[in-house]
Ligand binder design. Structure first.
Ligand SMILES: Nc1ncnc2c1ncn2[C@@H]1O[C@H](COP(=O)(O)OP(=O)(O)OP(=O)(O)O)[C@@H](O)[C@H]1O
Length: 391
């Protein structure tokens, strides 16, 4: 069935959707907003946010990101055009019902200061008339999902949480009634960069499980590239210059305005969207931790290699320099212990970050328990070059 074509609404349609939770497409058809003073908020927007995807709106200040978002939950009414969620025109749904099926997370979080975290997170389920037991179970489950301990944080007031914890509570509250859509307006911008990155990672993991249709506004192109399945670059006057997956946006910006906005260092940003591929890996000789040093030395010699990767069983355990592969004893006794790993398919950026944190100058790439090879700065650079040239 074409999910964008709504069947005629049954008499009880207005009450039905909240709590059903399956992701739904959001479609904007020729949507414009002209404010009473004549300012054009957005102009003739045609955009489809696919069900279960995270779409990011970026662009300079005043380009209409917030206007776009607030029209979806009808905090702002469009001047012309239609907005459909799951094929249903939002203006045909009672506005309170509509907002209950849309989770909304904003920069200042918007938690009620005089209510505990538990009460805050239970807001929408209470409005929906769930019984107390069900609300409590749901709230505890959600707090745990976003990384808050219900026993520790549940009875605190927002002021008794850190900025990052407040953001998590805000996300939990938005998810509480299992909304079909999540709108997030710069949700992570009020926290410091380290917490921000952690929240982004957790949020990506969360989205893998909940698979909501998310519209996410940010000023930060790095954040957009990291989180977005697709990114809409908007320009002043409320127009969309390009709406594309991050790799395409960085590799083939549609015009100079997009290229300017994504920045001159887009090669670097590509690190975040290029996956570690098995074909990019180097294959230094593999040595067993329990093997004799003399045998290991002979093997490195034959391969003309200055070092080898040491495996302990299947697990990368360290490295052995050819210059140390002499004398009696085992490889384990002479190796440099420690091997950082990244999974195949992870972004090159993760491999680089791991590499920079260790002194080894290489990282092992694994597929589950299986060792596949290593990335060094030069193979990482080659992988990045290939990715840029390939697009
Ligand atoms: N109530 C209003 N009355 C008149 N103009 C408005 C109103 N709200 C927003 N605007 C204007 O509409 C345009 C789009 O505003 P909007 O808040 O959507 O931009 P934005 O991209 O979210 O900006 P920022 O990144 O600074 O938050 C701007 O020119 C803004 O000044």
């Amino acid at each position: 069935m074409d999910a964008t074509v709504a069947p005629p609404a049954p008499a009880n349609a207005r009450r039905a959707p909240a709590g059903d939770g399956s992701a739904q497409e959001i479609r904007l058809e020729s949507v414009s907003k002209v404010y009473p003073d004549g300012t054009v908020g957005v102009a003739e927007l045609d955009l489809t946010f696919a069900a279960g995807e995270l779409s990011v709106l970026v662009g300079p200040s005043g380009c209409g990101k917030t206007t776009t978002m607030k029209m979806i939950n009808r905090i702002i009414e469009p001047s012309t055009g239609r907005i459909l969620i799951g094929g249903e025109d939002v203006t045909r749904v009672d506005v309170d019902q509509l907002r209950r099926r849309i989770g909304y997370v904003i920069q200042s979080v918007g938690l009620f200061p005089h209510q505990t975290v538990r009460t805050n997170v239970g807001t929408v389920p209470r409005l929906l008339g769930w019984d107390r037991r069900r609300i409590r179970d749901r709230v505890d489950e959600l707090l745990a999902t976003v990384g808050l301990d219900p026993a520790v944080h549940g009875d605190r007031y927002p002021a008794q949480l850190s900025g990052g914890q407040r953001q998590r509570a805000g996300v939990a509250r938005a998810l509480a009634a299992d909304p079909t859509v999540l709108l997030m307006d710069e949700p992570f911008s009020a926290v410091d960069p380290v917490v921000r990155e952690r929240l982004q990672t957790e949020f990506l993991r969360l989205q893998e499980t909940v698979r909501k249709t998310i519209v996410f506004v940010t000023h930060d192109i790095e954040e957009a590239v990291r989180l977005g399945d697709r990114i809409a670059v908007m320009s002043s006057g409320g127009r969309v210059e390009q709406f594309a997956p991050p790799a395409e946006l960085l590799g083939r910006p549609a015009n100079d305005r997009v290229a300017d906005f994504v920045g001159a260092d887009r090669g670097l940003k590509r690190l975040a969207v290029t996956a570690v591929d098995a074909a990019d890996l180097e294959q230094p000789p593999v040595l067993s931790a329990g093997a004799g040093l003399a045998d290991a030395g002979a093997l490195l010699d034959r391969a003309g290699a200055s070092w080898g990767v040491v495996l302990d069983g299947a697990r990368p355990a360290g490295s052995l320099l050819a210059s140390r592969a002499t004398g009696a004893g085992t490889v384990a006794s002479a190796m440099t212990s420690g091997a950082d790993t990244v999974p195949v398919g992870a972004p090159l950026k993760a491999a680089l970050a791991t590499m920079l944190q260790s002194d080894a100058g290489w990282v092992a790439v694994v597929d589950g328990d299986r060792y596949l090879g290593v990335l060094t700065p030069s193979s990482l650079h080659a992988a990045l070059r290939r990715s840029i040239d390939g697009s």
